[in-house]
Design a protein around this ligand. Sequence first.
Ligand SMILES: Cc1ncc(COP(=O)(O)O)c(C=O)c1O
Length: 426
Amino acid sequence: MTKKRVAKAKSPRTQAIHGEFLSKSWEFSHHLIPPMTASTTFRLESLQRGAEGFSTFGAPSDKEKPIWIYDRLEEPTTKMLEDQLALLEKGECAVTFGSGMGAIASTLMSLLTSGQKVVAHKTLYGCTYSLLTNWLPRLGIRHAMMDVNDLKDLEAELADPTTRVVYFETVSNPILEIADLEKITALVKTANKKRSKEERIYTVVDNTFATPWALRPIEWGVDFVIQSLTKNISGFGTEMGGAVIAPKSHESMLRVARKDFGAIIHPYSAWHILVYGISTQAIRFEQQQDSAIAVAKFLESHPKVESVTYPGLKSHQQHKLAKKYLKSPEGKFAPGTMISFKLKGDMKKCQKFVDDIATNSYAITLAVSLGLTKTLIEVPGFMTHSAIPDDKRDHSGIDPRAIRLSIGLENVVDIIGDLSEALKKV
Ligand SMILES: Cc1ncc(COP(=O)(O)O)c(C=O)c1O
């Protein structure tokens, strides 16, 4: 498609509005907005066409129109979302799932088999931790949890012939560490020089906190990028979804895994993420980020606050790395919308503060999830990361008193006002 070439030359902000402009997935040249399809199965004009659809599924030729068969295999609205995600993450293709966890589980189970090992960063989203430590071991897939920025340790793990995947979050949930992508991918590349194609190690990163508006891991040599679409990209708190942006060589395997695991996204959700989420994400993210900078500075200067972790603060332990990797597509520093902080005092103080916010704050809501138009507060050690056992929490770097804030689109004066009121009471 000639329009496809045109899309590639435009800025990501314009791509987010128009995508590839005219999709090969669906003829909608008279519509301004892509249609939402609402049929679980598709009419086929001949048995030969049906057989062709099944045999080419997962690896359709770019030249031909796809043959739609059944929603769990693929359907047009989802495909349009996938094309758009691949464009923004600068990947070869994208495969979507019913949730971020659906994308993570399907990707890891596609890449790993019994007897192999995933080397993962010690701090991970709680359910990812649970997947690696509770479920994959049942299939004989082992894990090593370590600091992936510790290059000596990483090198030793890469020398193990059973290591096949290095997994981490570009900005870790919840403690906002920055992965040194350039150095990590260089080490993996060196290790792969000594391996055959079948034995190569893949890097898989979760880019949910950063989103493509702050970091594009493929530009740093990463193989697979995961997004929980439920968060920033969907943005309004109405849809669940996940995606993996992958090399074309793995598209077929991922589509077949999704077909057989059944982890498909609903076309209704795909449509909302495509039409509302993606086209407004840059503007939401940047407004939320401006507010996050102001909130982080307010907290850091408050006498009742012990510490604040935010990549935009000079006090962030990896501020230099943050400046290197967290950038808008135009090159502006993009420290994100997430903050972690601790109050002075014990767990009781933390609980009193959070409960006060839950009861009395107008602008801030006690709820999990992140990246939404509403500002959300939670305590990861007891909520999103509670799957990590008490004796492993120290190793994960998760302090039970740490409070996580996801900054929304409210007037920042009201967000700071509510934090200030609650701080007066502890
Ligand atoms: C960093 C990160 N990755 C993955 C997920 C899982 O996404 P989902 O809830 O869409 O399955 C989450 C959920 O909070 C997350 O924070």
